[in-house]
Write a protein that binds this ligand. Sequence first.
Ligand code: OOG
Ligand code: NI
Length: 449
Amino acid sequence: MHPDAIRTLFSQAMSAMYRSEVPQYGTLMDLVRDVNAQTLAADPALRAQLAAAGELDRLDGERHGAIRLGTAQELSLIRRMFAVMGMAPVGYYDLSVAGIPVHSTAFRPVEAASLRHNPFRVFTSLLRLDLIEDRALAAEADAILSQRKIVTDGALALIERAEAKGGLTEAEAEDFVREALETFRWHSDATVSVETYAKLVAAHRLVADVVSFRGPHINHLTPRTLDIDAVQRMMPERGIDPKAVIEGPPHRAADILLRQTSFKALQEEVLFHGTPGTHLARFGEIEQRGVALTPKGRALYDDALARVRAAEEGSYAERLATGFAALPDDHGALRRAGLAFYRYRAAQGALARPADSIKALIDMGALIADPQVYEDFLPVSAAGIFQSNLGSEDQSNYRPAANKDAFEAALGARVADEMALYAATEAESLSVALAALGQAHLLAGHKAA
Ligand code: OOG
Ligand code: NI
């Protein structure tokens, strides 16, 4: 079975499991589906553009989930598990800058065809006990974590089989997905006492969430919406309590990067060695994705966001509008300024007259530049999501302590550079499209963003 098909089985199984574990997530899914249908019906041009770019079919599938792991061994095992489903680690996110003691990557498909098939990704964080001040507690947490086994024997055997044979049969894949699901299931019986749990919460809620349970429960799943403002507005009508603001850029004509919001984590009943208590863990999230920005565009985005966060005048919406004014808001301008990544294709039946520039080919309608969807995450937004579901009072100050080398050592692999992936897609698509139009000579002068 193709890894892409195994990933689809897995994401469907995860969605069904999470719907039954967290019914409010099902309500959110229904709302998103309604809003997407309304948005497409009201905007035929958007529908046509998504259809042409192969985006329409993947819209209803899940977009991402998130887990938090405790040890290096767990991270490398999970890497091997996700590899069976065609998901590789892309990007490094240091959350210590936001007072959260983890660093993270996203496991996701990398090839364009695989992303089109099903872009399911899992934002995966590794706890950093090295940042916890109370060294005795860190050692205790480490000892607790070393006792648990998050992957079943059955799953491990099938991972090894896939590695040895280069893949799984359909029957094996079904077993594999069933076994893999066990890793991400919720366990309401904690592995620690109430006293230990309280100490872990005092260090950081996130430490408690990782250390107190038998496995890395999936903590949210996130469908993609075409109108996040509408979903945010409508959540309360359906009995869902959203976080205060949408993370990321403001509403724009040309969507960039990623906008996200979530509903607040639920208080869940837990038994701590038989004693009843509660834990804040799981929530639902939605996202709206736009074009991937180049390093130059991303620097402008980071500056804009910093301005919004530093500003003191006006509402959040006003500060967003002012802060982002410097970033061009149409695809032509973004592309020509080298601020965003595109995927080129030759227009169907186009007869290109000899042209002296790529811009001329685009202007005559022979060459089309579709925005490349941003497939990754944003550390500042991720911090906002973490914070809103941990309880926002839970702010710690860590010295910024990115440590990509330690993360990759734990992972047992390098993480891919997301910018290089978008740039390669752009360059490759341009060279194929220009060759199809008989204009390959234009390639020489063009620098792909
Ligand atoms: C992950 C939060 C980050 C996102 O969408 O940015 C995330 C977590 O809470 O474990 O999922
Ligand atoms: Ni998320």
